[in-house]
Design a protein around this ligand. Structure first.
Ligand code: HEM
Length: 401
């Protein structure tokens, strides 16, 4: 039987359909990916700064390098957690392409887990045992390489997934099946450089201004914090034009390949130029840090939409679209998802408020009773959620054979 690529893609969809209205899942995919890419790029940026600070130290740089070394494992941890959300969404609306690319790159999609574990553990080792006295620099370097490599694997998985017309040829080159999954079948260097190293520099730039902003009331430390915010601004200023340029290259290669070259070029070029202008006119990087963060998250959202547009036009060639993905409301999953979101957001809001009020506010500030009450409610809900989850598990194990 001769099957077209379009028929193949449709047949590979989950026969049960998506559990919810697919375009809503698509929006959640983009939004959660933004959080993911923010944290993983921050990890990469802070990892590189820590290495640089220890290799070429001066007083300020060394102090910031120690902070960066501490930030890296935290950011990797948040990057992993926030990576799971887009993973779940991509599996519900893009399952045919995601599973195919993971199979065609099987060796690396499994190795990915160990690469990430290694990157995280070594970042932690360097922070804990190396950074106090500037030892074990190799662990920081190895961690940086592994985190970068994890991003490379992610990128190849994405690149393979949007080129279904080549799958058969990759699966069985010259008619001989290759089940090793070891070959990197597709990539786009401008896209990777744009998404990973350049965004790493920009995420770090934003985080540095935020760090200075957080300690803005600590007058004893003002010179150091002013310096940190200045480094953030400079970094932003140097990287933004490169970001614009690489965005144009991405558009000129992958954008043109899928027929939306000038559209992606206009958007990515404009975003890069706007950021350059922003960092240029940013006079008070320390005090304007929250606005800078907002602008950066907005930028990542636009980039997330560009990625999505490229995927959509690629798959539209074969008649595959998220809008026509079959779905059936699965109220069980919808309720568990909604409940988890409410509990998760409450716990997160509590943590963020405690962190803000304990360090960021003026010296004599203490945690307000309202935040304390939110904490009690949030942890109570978390306990209830655990109990509920355990009960569902027991019920399905014992009664749903
Ligand atoms: C820790 C190192 C990691 C780095 C540096 C990293 C980096 C990246 C990058 C650069 C992309 C975009 C690729 C592209 O569009 O070309 C991406 C996408 C993605 N990442 Fe990660 N990632 C990491 C870990 C993870 C983990 C642990 C998970 C899951 C648990 C994850 C889940 C995802 C998913 C699902 C996407 C694709 C979403 C989509 O196609 O819309 N990532 N990641």
């Amino acid at each position: 039987m001769n099957m077209t690529v379009g028929e193949m893609l449709k047949m590979m969809r989950d026969p049960l359909g998506a559990p919810f209205y697919p375009p809503a899942l698509q929006v959640l995919l983009i939004v959660t990916w933004v959080l993911h890419i923010f944290f993983v790029t921050l990890a990469l940026g802070s990892s590189l700064y820590a290495i640089w600070g220890f290799v070429r130290p001066n007083e300020n740089r060394l102090r910031l390098a120690r902070i960066a070394a501490r930030l890296t494992p935290n950011a990797v941890g948040l990057g992993i957690v926030t990576g799971i959300a887009p993973l779940l969404f991509v599996q519900t609306i893009y399952d045919p392409i995601w599973y195919a690319s993971n199979t065609l790159t099987g060796f690396w999609s499994i190795s990915f887990i160990f690469v990430v574990m290694g990157g995280y553990s070594l970042a932690y080792l360097f922070y804990l045992k190396g950074s106090p006295d500037g030892k074990l620099l190799w662990s920081a370097v190895a961690s940086f390489i592994l985190i970068f490599f994890a991003g490379w694997i992610m990128h190849v998985l994405a690149a393979v997934s949007i080129r279904p017309e080549r799958w058969i040829e990759w699966y069985a080159p010259n008619g001989i099946v290759d089940t090793r999954g070891i070959i990197f079948h597709a990539w786009n260097i401008p896209r990777l450089v744009f998404l990973l190293p350049l965004q790493a520099g920009l995420s770090l730039a934003v985080a540095l201004t935020l760090l200075a902003w957080y300690f803005r009331h600590n007058t004893d430390d003002a010179p150091f914090m002013q310096w940190v915010a200045g480094v953030g601004r400079q970094l932003g200023l140097v990287i933004s034009p490169l970001y614009a340029l690489t965005g144009l290259l991405w558009a000129a290669t992958e954008g043109v390949e899928f027929g939306i070259g000038w559209q992606t070029g206009t958007v990515l070029g404009a975003v890069g130029i706007a950021l350059t202008v922003y960092f240029l006119i940013l006079r008070r990087p320390m005090y304007d840090a929250p606005r800078t963060l907002l602008i950066w998250i907005g930028t990542l959202l636009i980039v997330g939409m560009v990625r999505e547009a490229i995927r959509a036009v690629s798959l539209a060639r074969f008649g595959y679209s998220v809008a026509s993905y079959p779905y059936i409301f699965d109220w069980g999953s919808i309720l568990v998802f909604a409940g988890t979101t409410v509990v998760g957001v409450a716990v997160l809001a509590y943590l963020v408020m405690v962190i803000y009020q304990s360090g960021g506010a003026k010296r004599d500030a203490s945690i307000s009773p309202r935040v304390d009450r939110l904490g009690a409610i949030a942890t109570g809900m978390l306990g209830a959620w655990f109990g509920f989850f355990l009960l569902v598990g027991l019920y399905t194990t014992l009664f749903l054979k």
